[in-house]
Each structure stands twice: as C-alpha cells, then as structure tokens.
Design a protein around this ligand. Structure first.
Ligand code: HEC
Ligand code: HEC
Length: 198
C-alpha cells in the first residue's frame, strides 16, 4: 500500500534533482554577480556614485530599475554606455539586478551645506509642482517613480534637462509634462534642493 504514494514522491525528488543539476544556476549566478560588480564600479558600491553624471543607485525602487534596464536594453533610452551594459541581459537577470540594487543602502547627502536661497526656492518649486505626489513626501520614490532624495545634483539636472528636451522619452511620459512650464534655473534649484534634502 505504501508503494503507490512513495513512488510519486520519490519521482518528484528525482525530477527536482535533475532540474537542479541541469539548470545553469551556478554559472549564471556567478556571471550575474560579476556583472553587478562591474555596474557598481561606476555607480558606487556603497550606493553613492562618485562619478560625474553617473547616478547613485542605492535604494532605487526595484520596478524603476527594472523599467530603466529594460529601456536601455531595448535602446528606447539611448545612452551608449548603458545600452552596452544592458545588452543581452535576460529578463530574469534584470529582475535579479533590480532586486539587489534596491537593497543597497541609499546615498547620504553631501557633507557641505546647501545654498539656503536656492534650497528654499527648490523646495517651493517642488511644492508648487507637486513632485512629492508621485515621488513620495520624503522623495524616496516608489514603483516606477525614481528615488530622488540625495541623488547627485549634476545627475538630477541632466535627467530633467533630458526629459525636457525629449532626449529621454521616459517609460511613463509624466516627467515631460511636469517639467514643461519650468525654466532651466528652476531645474537647477530643484536639483539643489533634492540633492541636499534635510
Ligand atoms: C561605465 C560606467 C557604467 C557602468 C559600468 C554601468 N553604468 Fe549604469 N549608468 C551609467 C551612466 C553614465 C548612467 C546615466 C545615463 C544618463 O545620463 O541618462 C547610467 C544609468 C543607469 C541607470 C538609470 C538610473 C537613473 O536613476 O536614471 C540604471 C538603473 C543603471 N545605470 C544600472 C546599471 C547596471 C545594472 C549596470 C551593470 C549591468 C550598469 N548600470 C553599468 C554608467 C554606467
Ligand atoms: C505624475 C507623477 C510625477 C510627478 C508629479 C513628478 N514625477 Fe518625476 N518621475 C515620475 C516617473 C514615473 C519617473 C520615471 C520616468 C521614466 O524615466 O521612465 C520620474 C523620474 C524623475 C527623475 C529622474 C530620476 C532618475 O534617477 O532617473 C527626476 C529627476 C524627477 N522625476 C524629478 C521630478 C521633479 C523635480 C518633480 C516636480 C517638479 C517631479 N519629478 C514630479 C513621475 C512623476
């Protein structure tokens, strides 16, 4: 009587073991780990980028990272270096990278103090244009909406200029319309406020 019930379970075990042995799990894990290391050599292993116009990635929402990597891979977001690094990434690898990146600690603010006038102006602009309604009251981001707090100031400026000029189409077209009425000086003050937020 024990046999019929024991057989399927033993079979299940054999099948599971076979799957485990035949799946390229170990080498895949190794190479994607190595790739993540490459990524972080530019983006900063501590979560904070030390390179001009290279964004810090620590604490970015996994969905945001997934979407951006997908857009880089498909060349819908055109930035040569990232198009190269995203080339050939499988969807599961993108999800894995996004999950790992989201768990890297968020960047810290710069140690020097902000310019109080620009900081206040930036804060007022962020309030008027309801940036927090999407990016969260503390600008930590959620879902497809990027984390902005303590991002590099130069990168925030570049990102906003690229949305405004159409160089960065965005998976979600929200940013182009949000920034439409803003001038370049506004973008710079917004970036200053977000980079130093306290
Ligand atoms: C040689 C440096 C370099 C390497 C290596 C690199 N990146 Fe990037 N990455 C950049 C730059 C520069 C940008 C900003 C592109 C722009 O100006 O829009 C960027 C943008 C991004 C963004 C968008 C972030 C945002 O806030 O808009 C993500 C996500 C990202 N990279 C992830 C990765 C991953 C994952 C890897 C490894 C597979 C990687 N990067 C490797 C330089 C690099
Ligand atoms: C209606 C929702 C919404 C509002 C309001 C909004 N954003 Fe965004 N923002 C988004 C989304 C969605 C993205 C990601 C778009 C993409 O590139 O796919 C984004 C991306 C960004 C990025 C790029 C960040 C990065 O790391 O690449 C910056 C900078 C930004 N927003 C700043 C702002 C500022 C400043 C305001 C207010 C003036 C604002 N946003 C208001 C939805 C919004």
């Amino acid at each position: 009587m024990a046999l019929p019930s024991a057989l399927p379970s033993r079979l299940r075990l054999v099948v599971a073991l076979l799957l485990l042995c035949c799946m390229p799990r170990a080498p895949w894990a190794l190479s994607i780990e190595a790739r993540l290391e490459q990524c972080l050599s530019c983006h900063g292993a501590s979560g904070r980028s030390e390179n001009a116009e290279v964004p810090s990635l620590g604490g970015q929402p996994p969905l945001f990272v997934t979407i951006e990597l997908f857009m880089f891979r498909e060349k819908q977001r055109r930035v040569e270096v990232m198009n190269e690094f995203a080339k050939g990434l499988a969807n599961e690898e993108i999800s894995w990278l996004a999950e790992r990146i989201s768990r890297i600690p968020p960047p810290k603010p710069p140690s020097d103090p902000p310019d109080p006038m620009r900081y206040e102006r930036g804060r007022e602009l962020a309030r008027l244009h309801r940036c927090a309604s999407c990016h969260n009251p503390d600008f930590s981001g959620r879902e497809q909406m990027a984390r902005l707090v303590h991002q590099r100031e130069d990168y925030l400026i570049k990102a906003m200029r690229d949305y405004k000029s159409g160089a960065r189409p965005g998976y979600d077209p929200a940013m182009a319309s949000v920034l439409y009425p803003l001038q370049d000086a506004d973008l710079r003050d917004l970036a200053h406020y977000l980079a130093f937020l306290h």
